[in-house]
Design a binder for this molecule. Sequence first.
Ligand SMILES: [Zn+2]
Ligand SMILES: [Zn+2]
Length: 123
Amino acid sequence: MIKGHCHCKNVNYSIESESSFQFLCHCHDCRILNGGGHLSGAIFSKDSFEFSGPTRIYEYKGGSGESIKAHFCENCGNHLFAFPGFKDDIVVVKANTFVSEKDFKPMKSIFAEEKFPWDIEIK
Ligand SMILES: [Zn+2]
Ligand SMILES: [Zn+2]
């Protein structure tokens, strides 16, 4: 079981499945939305994911042209997870909000061609 929360801990989540893919995304949208060089993302099945606490949803068009619904804590503004429109049975969770850093083992960098020159890349 993976647990996580935002900075102020008003929003908490738990995940009961293994992640199917863990990655760093260096695309322009992820760089702006997440600060730093990349999104630290982990994909899970939506069925195994539960959250509590008030979130605000920011919807934007991703690289595929489909909408992505990103959830932020209403209080502290921390970006926690997102539901992509192109695949409605998954959730992308921001691994930097995991309680245990051991739960995140990124396998690969994606959109590495948009990477900042100073950021790391996992090949
Ligand atoms: Zn918060
Ligand atoms: Zn991205």
